[in-house]
Write a protein that binds this ligand. Structure first.
Ligand code: AMP
Length: 205
């Protein structure tokens, strides 16, 4: 099964993906993770990419599309978390027979609160929240015991920019996938367990 997850920054795409992976063994394809990995290696490409990410802008397609396509190649059971983010990107994967597009709908004020308290482990694999999902030991990942950090693009200025980008560039995808009959909307402002329950119903349908 091929699933696309869409939602504004902080809508819970990463958390939902983590749960779906554990239960249904999906491959997780997240350009955000691929890009953060490149940045952490400190390569020339990473330095270039970092400029866009830290501002909250989209990274140009030439750095994103091919690496995502390469990851998808030969796979048929995956979640695309954070791709496509524009109509142009959606057109790049037109030939993929996507089964479902799940849109996590969350009001802006909820998301701002979530992002300001979000912490991730040093390798980016696990997500926590200071108030809603604290780690057992403050500042340390429960799973791989690395230090928890705040993403540079979770600062208020970058968050504002990411919202602007979401509204301008990603929102049109909602209509695009609705017209294709692929879209399901989930209320992402609910408790994480309830969000996941709703997502699961769609996946199993
Ligand atoms: P995410 O982890 O999905 O929130 O993505 C973090 C950042 O990575 C975004 O704010 C963008 O700068 C970049 N990024 C992720 N996915 C894409 C994409 N599909 N196209 C362009 N840039 C992306």
């Amino acid at each position: 099964m091929k699933i696309i997850l869409i939602g504004p920054p902080g809508s819970g795409k990463g958390t939902v993906s983590e749960k779906l992976i554990n239960e249904f063994h999906f491959e997780h394809i997240s350009p955000g993770e691929i890009l953060r990995d490149e940045v952490s290696k400190g390569t020339m490409l990473g330095i270039e990419i970092k400029k866009y990410m830290e501002k909250g802008d989209l990274v140009p397609d030439k750095f994103v599309v091919e690496s995502v396509k390469l990851k998808i190649k030969g796979r048929d059971h995956f979640i695309l978390d954070g791709f496509p983010r524009t109509i142009e990107q959606a057109q790049q994967i037109k030939e993929l027979s996507i089964d479902k597009v799940i849109y996590l709908e969350v009001p802006e004020e909820v998301v701002v609160e979530r992002l300001s308290g979000r912490r991730i482990c040093n390798n980016g694999a696990h997500t926590y929240h200071l108030k809603y999902l604290p780690s057992k030991k403050a500042g340390v990942c429960d799973i791989d015991k690395t230090v928890l950090i705040q993403r540079k693009d979770d600062t208020p200025k970058a968050v504002q920019e990411r919202f602007k980008v979401f509204h301008e560039k990603t929102n049109p995808l909602i209509d695009y996938f609705k017209k294709k009959g692929l879209l399901s909307i989930v209320n992402g402002a609910q408790e994480p367990e309830k969000v996941y329950k709703d997502v699961k119903k769609i996946v199993k349908r």
